[in-house]
Unconditional design. Structure first.
Length: 306
């Protein structure tokens, strides 16, 4: 919030930490050979790195964090579309209905955000048009990242079917191989490191260490991101894709609500309606109701049995 353009230093720190941890505990200091051929990881990593960087730059283009979260929740749409085109998949009517709801929700939130951007920048017509055009570029960046992420998911699914699921190995290579790519972003990363050094001092509780507060925020972000991404990669091997999608969707919903309430981000009744469409559509897609049906039936019978 203090430095909206700091996405690259955040992403670089996350990648570096996960890569070092994986190099020690998963790759055994480079002595362990990968189960999936390394050339496949290079392809996956190129997609992963591109998605991460483009999503970061979208925040520089007048894209508010709630809209960023809602837009990225549309991954089911992109996955279904590319699945139909590339894998020749076919889906049930309920699946298409759920995707229509998600699409309507994202369109509603995007349209209302466009009106907000236009009204906020209406004081000066020339500046207002420039702000709005940058916002449109941000929407285009989010759309590109969404499609690229879906393509990466399909590629990953194909690899897992062929070579088996190796979550820790995939986590390591997906974060270690892109590190040289951050050299292209070195000036931006260095610039924000200088800005972080200039932020107000903060005394870490319990430890008593004093450091610039932005470095403390970055450290906490890296740790929580590691726990999150490690959990997701493990979840893909321990649970069905249905459960993974449900858990990740609920996590996004909690993040969205927290962002709105804690940071007082602008959110109208139309935004809430759009958000409801997105998450109801996502739950319909995962068919969570079928899983809850038997559970609720047993729960209703319990008082009669007792």
């Amino acid at each position: 919030r203090q430095f909206p353009g700091c996405g690259n230093i955040v992403t670089f720190s996350q990648f570096l930490f996960i890569a070092v941890e994986g190099f020690i505990f998963e790759a055994n200091f480079g002595r362990k050979r990968p189960a999936i051929p390394i050339r496949n990881y290079f392809i996956m990593v190129a997609m992963f790195f591109t998605v991460s960087v483009v999503n970061n730059y979208a925040l520089n283009l007048n894209i508010a964090m709630p809209l960023h979260m809602i837009f990225r929740s549309g991954s089911l749409i992109a996955s279904m579309g590319l699945g139909i085109i590339i894998l020749k998949k076919r889906y049930s009517v309920s699946k298409y209905t759920s995707i229509a709801l998600v699409s309507l929700g994202i369109f509603t939130c995007t349209f209302m955000s466009a009106k907000q951007v236009a009204s906020d920048s209406s004081a000066d017509d020339e500046d207002g048009l420039q702000v709005f055009l940058w916002w449109l570029l941000g929407i285009a960046a989010l759309t590109f990242a969404l499609l690229m992420s879906a393509r990466m998911g399909i590629f990953q699914e194909t690899l897992y079917k062929q070579f088996g699921k190796h979550s820790k190995e995939a986590l390591f290579y997906n974060h270690a191989l892109p590190l040289p790519g951050f050299l292209l972003l070195a000036p931006n990363i260095y610039h924000h490191a200088v800005l972080f050094n200039q932020s107000e001092l903060f005394q870490v509780p319990v430890i008593g260490l004093t450091l610039p507060i932005m470095w403390f925020y970055l450290f906490m972000n890296v740790i929580t991101q590691y726990v999150c991404i490690r959990g997701v990669f493990i979840l893909t091997t321990e649970c069905t894709s249905l459960t993974v999608t449900l858990v990740v969707t609920l996590r996004k919903f909690v993040s969205l609500i927290f962002s709105i309430l804690y940071f007082h981000n602008p959110f109208t009744a139309w935004h809430w309606l759009g958000t409801a469409f997105v998450f109801v559509g996502t739950l319909m897609y995962t068919e969570v109701w079928k899983s809850l049906g038997p559970f609720l039936a047993r729960w209703r019978k319990r008082p009669k049995e007792e």
